[in-house]
Write a protein that binds this ligand. Sequence first.
Ligand code: HEC
Length: 116
Amino acid sequence: MKNGVLSLLVAIFLIAVGGFSNAADKEIDAAKIFRQKCSYCHGNGGVGSSTAPAFIGNSFITEGDPAAIKFVIENGRKEAIKRAESQKLVPMPPWKGRLKDAEIDALVVYLKSLNK
Ligand code: HEC
């Protein structure tokens, strides 16, 4: 009986540990990060808003060097540039230190994929 309880506990422990390591191995969900951290300025799926530019049909994204896109995501742009009359002036915030390096890399790939 005692052994039965012990092996049950061991089994529960193994399932719990397995569950955690699966979560750690999970691939980065760039679309989810984008929805949570970027879409309120850049619009759902990168369509843009009165605050921030669109990524769809944006040559900085379509033709841009991935390293240059990454630089903007990491460092932001302190000076907000008004591109349209309807645009509110909000600067692009820097994400370095708030997102992991691998998450920023995944976002660059995601932004480019929006145009395909
Ligand atoms: C508070 C609003 C805001 C949030 C949140 C935000 N951005 Fe921005 N982003 C901007 C603005 C405004 C610009 C335009 C900056 C400029 O050129 O002056 C910009 C520009 C950019 C650019 C350059 C686009 C271009 O055409 O030059 C990239 C790339 C970018 N953002 C990526 C992201 C990503 C990825 C996230 C989420 C991790 C994000 N942004 C979150 C406001 C925001």
